[in-house]
Design a protein around this ligand. Sequence first.
Ligand code: GDP
Ligand code: MG
Length: 151
Amino acid sequence: MERTLVLIKPDAVQRGLIGEIILRLERRGLKLIAAKFLQVNQELAETHYAVHKGKPFYEGLVRYITSSPVMAMVWEGPNAIAAVRQTMGATRPTEAAPGTIRHDFALEVGRNLTHASDSPETAAQEIALWFKPEELYPWDRATDAWIMGQN
Ligand code: GDP
Ligand code: MG
């Protein structure tokens, strides 16, 4: 079982796509275990995107993520990290596969709607950065056996 951090970025919030994005993750079978709606401050933005510091798009990226509220969530499921990134599509919307969120709703890499952790290590770091342990609510879902059952 894996957990992954997902952000619905400011452009998606402004465009009224919160529901659409949650719908796709829920429908996939992933389970929501934490969520908050917040305005990202400079410090959180810089820590979250520290790996990109020094890249040409870094300053714009920090301005983008702090420009308007975001929806931060933790989703859980078997292979959740890869599954969420697959549902989101490639970083550049013009390279994202049809049927993915970034393909279906975005055009520019600098306005690509979502963030999702890219490995178990970054998922653990990012979840700890965005959520206190007591803000995570693992729960038993009646359909778990139908989604996660092995045989
Ligand atoms: P992700 O994991 O798919 O979100 O992609 P990365 O970790 O490589 O980059 C983080 C975020 O930085 C992306 O989601 C984009 O919003 C932004 N970004 C990445 N590459 C570029 C770029 O070449 N130009 C601009 N403007 N933004 C970029
Ligand atoms: Mg990334």
